[in-house]
Design a protein around this ligand. Sequence first.
Ligand code: G1P
Ligand code: ZN
Length: 545
Amino acid sequence: MNIKKIKTTPHEGQKPGTSGLRKKVTVFQQPHYLENFVQSIFNTATGLKNNLLILGGDGRYYNKPAIQTILKMAAAHGIKQVMVGQHGFLSTPAVSCVIRKYNAAGGIILSASHNPGGVDGDFGIKFNISNGGPAPTSFTDATYECSKTISEYAIAEADDIPLDNLQSYQLGDMQVSVIDPVSDYAEMMMGLFDFKKIKSLFTSGELSICFDAMHAITGPYAKEIFEKQLSAAVGSVINGIPSENFGGGHPDPNLAHAKELVEILNSDSNAPDFGAASDGDGDRNMIIGQKFFVNPSDSLAIMTANANLIPGYSRGINGVARSLPTSRAVDKVADKLGIDCYETPTGWKYFGNLLDDKRITLCGEESFGSGSDHIREKDGLWAVLFWLNLLAEKQQSVEAITRSHWKIYGRHYYSRHDYEAIDSEVANSLIENLRTISSSLTGKEFGNYKITLCDDFSYNDPVDSSVSSNQGIRILFDDESRIVFRLSGTGTEGATLRVYIEKYESDASLHDMPTQTALAELIAIADSIAEIKTRCQRDSPDVIT
Ligand code: G1P
Ligand code: ZN
């Protein structure tokens, strides 16, 4: 096999964000763009040579050519074996599972998660390390440094590898094994949850579900697990065939984008009892009941409070973690259970150390992500199975479980307001201004609210002592309310300002307000402090979750 050394020059802006490098497909299609970044990963991940690499993606447009390029570069780099998902498919949680199961040196995931796909959509690439989790910032910084000076990459001259059959091939000295993307993952789920009990809910007709795969990667997983193994009615999985542009949709499981599912669960006749959806690469989840939405921050709290009922967690949980902007609902549960609760910056990579060090068992983010120590990524179908197992144990509806949780722990009204595609300079100066005025805000009163602390969140990792600063402006009020401001690290167009608003209500007689009404005064305070409307020239957020 001939290995070609190709001369190249650096591409600007190959700095990974919250979750890998995400750009428009057209950016990735520029000559040497993908190759430069992949070579930078290989140069940084010194353990890959002579070792096993896992490779797969969410099936979006450009997945297929990218996989062939990466395989040829892996062979040129001296990687011993690549396990690649059939058709190039592997969900993000499945990559994490397979890395751990087969002791791989790492994995490459091709996905831009919930961002739209297609010729004009987004593409992304992310490297996961040998613990199965996203590479830490020290690694992604090193990759970025490498991409700034790269002058050459190596690639094997070979034919494309067929990815349709479960078969092994040789690419020079490297073995390429095409694996079933579902089976290892499904087997792991079987070990965590009471499949027998969940199955009897379906076979007895007690429970009906609708799972919306949003034309993305979880379709094949959900059909196998829900319809085949758990005997949910055929047709319980909708939009279950992965498509390169996600059926033209936006594969983000929230009330704004999973409209079809929401309509089904809101319908007056024949609505299923339980609804759920997952995103492009299968790591996010949304849980809904009949005419009832479970806020993801509440979902994490409810899972933590009831983990003792689930076989995989009945031994007890070590601790929990949530990202800064995630509501503090889980903190109340941790308090009661007497376990530690960690607050990390946004992004799953910060949970890895805490999980590896056995400080936490469960973790989650407000952005429809939750997971546990079973892998090192958030896991959409895992969360759905957790809830199904909970329904089987409690014999209550989604709404009843959530309401009784609020009764015990109080309710955290919570919402995120996103202002998308705003001018980057405007966004940066808005945050910069907040940073400048933050210390002077402490002690100030706004209507019924008094600020007890305002700062730019900085995280000291208790395991490796690394410090991550400038992670978001947080404003804490004396009644446990909070506002957090930060800029997205995953967008591909201009900047996205995220404003997170939270209000705690312990009185159960006040748990029935519409969320935006309960938060109205805090929303106005957020605007007056940050001057969002005037600075961004926007009347209202683009997306409210
Ligand atoms: C967003 C979410 C964050 C999540 C990430 C990857 O990042 O807010 O919680 O970990 O996507 O799914 P952001 O765009 O806010 O940087
Ligand atoms: Zn995702």
